[in-house]
Write a protein of this length. Structure first.
Length: 436
């Protein structure tokens, strides 16, 4: 028998907290909408997995470990079978530490408790259920954000209608992954949505869950207030919402309006796809996780000298001065390695791949194409963060914003390929086990 449980708990922090996401220390001044920890527990024949998604820009590894430990104490779910991810909202809680802002340790401790409790509530409320999956298509709200310019250079976010833009440097992923969860009588319990576009459409200093928050509002109106909407961020390290070629500046001046528009467009596709999905009360649950060891890149002597000059000569609020401080901190930390967890979970012929970074879309597309499962979802910023961006090898030579070295963005160039190789190996293993 298939059992599912879902829950959501408020994780909105106090005002005047730092809001990570930009190269400044913003302090929160208000609340556009509340932030949540949202959980899904799936059990089939005693095999149980749990997912919790947080309205945060990232989830530190120590928070993931605290969540898993508390879940292990409060439930019968094995700690390693808990997948923790972030929606990546840039108008969220103080969870990140850089050279110019610090995470709120008291908030992180409370966040871990709330996230674990969301899973526990979902576990304790699990009941006979039906689950199914499908894929929609939405290509008009996501855009590649790296562009080749007419002079042969490459720029990230070159600006709307920039006459010097030649062409995008890569694709998007228009697939809208949808998982439908109903109770045994067909009443909606929740929906999991997977889509690849940066959750950075709001700006300002007020807490907001960005377009996944509006997606949840619309789904609740359509399916009932009891419906829990989990948003899993696809591979979107080089994808955002700016229509460089045809976007009208006035469409982006009211950022709050734009996040509403994106959430409603996505909700329409989710609802359409959901209604076509056939559900089942049987879905074998399988999980795999493993650790990949990664090396750190090092800045060149020329980059270090330029950073010292920028630090000495540029105004304190200049973005290149911020980059200089970050690069010098990376140099100070020096060589070394870190460990990244790659987690894969299958529910029937659905697979979810958890990767601990902002992944370039090309990697997500490759995993989906080569996966043995009927539908594969990429869940980035999952189970911690080992480095901000994981770029394609070519991108490191082309330049742009994403490959630049900072204290938290210095993983070896082969990282993406290593993640893809490990994820596909685990998917193949799970598929073989699931067919036994």
């Amino acid at each position: 028998m298939l059992l599912c449980g879902m829950s959501e708990l408020d994780i909105t922090p106090p005002l005047d907290s730092s809001m990570p996401g930009y190269f400044i220390d913003r302090k929160s001044t208000g609340v556009i909408d509340r932030l949540y920890a949202k959980a899904l527990v799936v059990e089939q024949d005693g095999s149980t997995v749990a997912f919790v998604v947080l309205d945060t820009v990232l989830v530190p590894r120590e928070v993931v470990e605290s969540i898993r430990e508390r879940v292990g104490q409060q439930t019968d779910i094995p700690s390693k079978r808990v997948m923790v991810s972030a929606t990546h909202t840039h108008t969220g809680p103080p969870v990140s530490t850089t050279t110019f802002l610090k995470a709120d340790e008291a908030y992180l401790q409370w966040l871990a408790i709330r996230a674990a409790d969301a899973i526990t509530l979902a576990y304790r409320s699990r009941r006979a259920a039906r689950i199914g999956f499908g894929a929609g298509y939405e290509a008009d709200i996501a855009f590649h954000r790296r562009f080749f310019m007419k002079d042969g250079t490459l720029l990230t976010n070159p600006g709307l209608r920039n006459p010097n833009v030649d062409r995008p440097a890569g694709p998007i992923d228009p697939q809208v992954g949808v998982v439908r969860i109903d109770d045994a009588d067909g009443r909606p319990m929740g929906v999991v949505t997977n889509y690849a576009v940066h959750t950075d459409t709001v700006g300002g200093t007020e807490y907001c869950a960005d377009f996944p928050g509006e997606l949840s509002v619309v789904l609740k109106k359509a399916l009932g207030e009891q419906t829990v909407s989990l948003f899993m961020m696809g591979a979107s390290g080089n994808i955002n919402h700016w229509d460089v070629f045809d976007g009208r500046p006035e469409a982006y001046t009211d950022q709050s309006r734009h996040y509403l528009k994106m959430g409603r467009i996505l909700a329409g596709e989710v609802l359409k796809t959901r209604e076509k999905i056939r559900t089942s009360d049987e879905a074998k649950v399988v999980e795999r996780s493993s650790i990949v060891t990664l090396r750190y890149r090092q800045p060149t002597q020329e980059q270090i000298e330029t950073a010292h000059a920028n630090l000495a000569n540029l105004p304190e609020d200049h973005v290149e001065r911020k980059f200089a401080g970050e690069l010098l901190e990376a140099a100070r930390r020096g060589e070394g390695t870190t460990e990244a967890e790659i987690q894969t979970i299958a529910v029937g012929d659905l697979a979810i791949v958890g990767l601990p970074a902002e992944m370039f879309v090309e990697f997500g597309l490759q995993i989906k194409e080569d996966s043995p499962y009927g539908l594969t979802l990429i869940n980035e910023l999952c189970n911690g963060i080992v480095g901000t961006y994981v770029c394609t090898r070519e991108s490191y030579r082309l330049g742009g914003y994403e490959p630049r070295i900072t204290a938290s963005n210095r993983l070896q160039e082969e990282t993406g390929d290593l993640f893809v190789e490990r994820a596909l190996h685990q998917l193949d293993e799970m598929k073989a086990e699931g067919e036994c």
